[in-house]
Design a protein around this ligand. Structure first.
Ligand SMILES: [Zn+2]
Ligand SMILES: [Zn+2]
Length: 342
């Protein structure tokens, strides 16, 4: 048996014993989890017990951002060796459906995601078993604690990929949580791109400034000094209805709206006429597709900056406190991680 952090009711995390899992295939890898991150989507389940149609029906091992150490490998595994440190891609795709066969494993018809009800157990457990293709080795310079941030960074890099080949000079980033800040870091990797970041929390705007945001503002604040009136692209990174409206106001005609945030409510009212008149292109970002390796590279180059974003860490036994803190946006929290090894 091993210990796991389980969501047992909205707002309640309990540490319970769960059975060890066997390796199911020759290509499976057993990983000892070293660090697990708490993500906005975990907080959705924590707060409301659901994301859209995915509803938590019974106790759920939570979490999907994790790094660990390989303990055991199936006979056919060649990608990793026991003792190696890895980041884990939390989505297991089938490899056979039309989506997988056309290079879209992130919209796989049978995708199984860690810490999603009815799919895979989450990351906040002592050991997990994953296919070797979900395990990416970490370079020696990148600590396992810092590397937890590679999962949100992979989503940011994937969001940017929708704008590939376009002449993007100015971007708005609405929401400065870990995803918004990761989108900002990805912007910093592109020469000549200038970024406005908005968020209601001063601590997060300070973090955005420290990462090199050109302008920061509150979500309602208009007339940001020296900022352009119109932007080439806006990344919605907070899942709020007002943010879509603000994005529409910030974008120039022909602009690009990239929706990364998970909507807080089931339906949004959006000004489709405004978006239509200005011929705004909308992109929906479903997690990420093949960007984890590049994300590990970015995390390695920017590891000092990322360490500044990992504001809190807790042992597994204090998982409830970690979730309460993240849920309450208290104490300047940006990314909170669980140290699985104490
Ligand atoms: Zn996440
Ligand atoms: Zn598939």
């Amino acid at each position: 048996m091993m210990k796991a952090a389980m969501l047992t009711a909205p707002g309640r995390i309990e540490i319970r014993e769960v059975p060890d899992k066997p390796l199911r295939a020759d290509t499976d890898v057993r990983i000892r989890i070293d660090f697990g991150g708490i993500c906005g989507s975990d907080l959705h389940y924590f707060r409301t017990g659901r994301i859209g149609e995915q509803v938590v029906a019974g106790p759920l091992v939570v979490g999907h951002e994790c790094t660990g150490t390989v303990l055991e490998t199936g006979k056919a595994v060649t990608a990793v060796r026991p003792g190696e440190r890895v980041a884990v891609e939390p989505a297991v795709s089938c490899g056979r459906c039309d989506q997988c066969r056309t290079g879209r494993p992130n919209t796989c018809r049978r995708v199984q995601f860690m810490g999603c009800p009815g799919q895979l157990d989450g990351a906040l457990v002592e050991n997990i078993v994953m296919p070797e293709t979900n395990c990416l080795p970490l370079p020696p310079e990148l600590s396992s604690g810092t590397a937890v941030f590679s999962e949100p960074v992979s989503i940011a890099l994937y969001a940017w990929r929708f704008l590939k080949g376009l002449d993007i000079r100015t971007v708005g980033i609405l929401g400065a949580g870990p995803i918004g800040l990761a989108v900002l870091m990805a912007a910093r990797e592109r020469a000549g791109v200038r970024a406005l970041v908005t968020d209601p929390l001063d601590a997060r705007l300070s973090a955005a400034k420290a990462l090199g945001a050109d302008w920061t503002a509150g979500p309602q604040e208009t007339d940001v000094p020296d900022a352009p009136e119109e932007f080439d692209a806006v990344f919605e990174c907070c899942g709020r209805e007002e943010a879509i409206a603000r994005a529409a106001r910030l974008l120039k005609p022909g602009g690009h709206l990239v929706i990364v945030g998970i909507p807080e409510t089931e339906f949004f009212r959006i000004d489709l006429h405004g978006l239509r008149r200005d011929e705004i292109t909308l992109y929906n970002v479903r997690r990420q597709n093949g960007c984890l390796e590049e994300a590990i590279g970015l995390c390695t180059r920017r590891r000092k900056e990322i360490d500044g974003l990992i504001t809190h860490s807790f042992p597994l036994d204090a998982a409830q406190q970690a979730f309460d803190l993240a849920e309450g946006y208290r104490d300047g929290v940006i990314k909170s991680v669980i140290r699985m090894q104490g």
